[in-house]
Design a protein around this ligand. Structure first.
Ligand code: F6R
Length: 365
């Protein structure tokens, strides 16, 4: 059932083009977004919204951080994102103009469920995004959007992250389109971009050999700093989480601009910096952080766009990704980071599908 792959994680990474296609299927065309029969909103409700709160844990939270950026770009909503274990104990303000979105692969994460119940008790409207139709979250929310990623067996979330990004982008596009925040020509163009993404994801997956070579070169290091800006910041967080979860390598992620506010003190030749630096509007800003890290003699591993020659002069190793529109880069750039964590774990002889101390769903607080 691993389809010839040595681990479920490898199989699930490779399924991501298919997962994204399934998540978008029947829901998206160049003339609109249809989230299906489990979402019961009308036009008045959508136009009355002013705020959206996204709540989740772990990898699902990082998907929400990506969504925060795209919701801010495509809608006029005030967007707030929080981890469920904090959100549930805060004095959040929920009104009739607030949509609360709970993202959980399993639909059983205790803190996410508790946060949902709190919002409900305050009269808020709750949307659940999950991979499991019969889950507690799916049963308790007002509206439901399923990922259609298929069961994920590997403890480290990979393909469900891809499905979550797909679902959250559908949500952002629907809100932007139907509220009139996006003009219809632009909305249609973005829909087309989203529809093409599963093919682009498949093309990136084919580059696994390049990532394996990077893992062979860097698997001996015990500490990594991951950096990214804008859409790449949540991806840096996710890349560091994957690495620590399955290879037990210490990895911290920072917004690139935060590096000089403390973490730069850690940099030295034994601490490589993994920088997610696609050619986007913040490229030059991130590049200056790469220069600073390089000056501290940290080895630099860059996830960078095809055709970016400048990065060759700055980095010790470059993992290439295809160029794509800035707002879609997370779908592309997360893949080499998943593959890097996988190969490092394999080279270090780790368990991979069943890492120590971790459970697939965290049903206690
Ligand atoms: C990371 C991972 C965890 C989960 C987190 C939330 O690889 O699997 O960080 O993302 O426990 O789980 P769900 O999405 O089921 O609520």
């Amino acid at each position: 059932e691993k389809d010839g792959y040595p681990h479920y994680m490898a199989k699930e990474i490779h399924e991501q083009g298919t997962v994204l296609r399934s998540t978008l299927k029947g829901r998206l065309s160049e003339s609109g977004v249809d989230l299906g029969d489990d979402v019961h909103w009308d036009g008045d409700f959508l136009r009355s919204l002013r705020r959206i709160n996204l709540v989740a844990c772990g990898t699902s939270y990082y998907a929400c951080l990506v969504a925060e950026r795209v919701l801010e770009r495509w809608t006029s909503l005030d967007v707030k994102v929080d981890i469920a274990s904090e959100y549930r104990y805060r004095d959040v303000k929920i009104g009739a103009d607030t949509l609360a979105v709970f993202v959980s692969q399993s639909g059983e994460t205790a803190d996410t469920l508790a946060a949902q119940r709190k919002v409900r008790s305050l009269g808020g409207r709750c949307l659940g995004i999950t991979n499991v139709r019969g889950s507690t979250l799916a049963r308790e929310v007002h509206d439901l959007l399923l990922l259609k990623a298929g069961p994920e067996i590997g403890v480290a979330a990979t393909k469900t992250f891809m499905g979550q990004l797909g679902a959250l982008y559908l949500l952002a596009l629907k809100l932007g389109w139907e509220r009139g925040d996006l003009n219809p020509v632009e909305a249609s163009r973005l829909a087309y971009g989203l529809l093409k993404l599963p093919y682009e994801v498949e093309r990136v997956l084919e580059r696994d050999g390049d990532v394996k070579a990077a893992a062979e070169r860097f698997c001996g290091y015990d500490d990594f700093l991951f950096l990214g800006r804008g859409f790449s910041y949540p991806i840096a967080l996710e890349g560091a989480l994957k690495l620590k979860e399955i290879s037990y390598v210490h990895a911290e992620a920072y917004a690139a601009g935060e590096m000089k506010h403390g973490p730069i003190a850690l940099l030295e030749p034994n601490v490589p910096v993994m920088v997610v630096i696609p050619k986007d509007g913040l490229y030059e800003k991130t590049l200056s952080n790469v220069q600073e890290a390089r000056a501290r003699k940290s080895p630099i591993v860059a996830v960078a766009s095809d055709g970016d020659d400048l990065i060759d002069q700055m980095a010790d190793w470059v993992i290439r990704i295809p160029r794509c529109e800035e707002c879609f880069s997370p779908f592309i750039s997360v893949i080499p980071l998943q593959q890097f964590a996988y190969h490092v774990a394999q080279l270090r002889g780790c368990e991979i599908d069943q890492p120590r101390n971790l459970a697939k769903s965290v049903t206690v607080e």
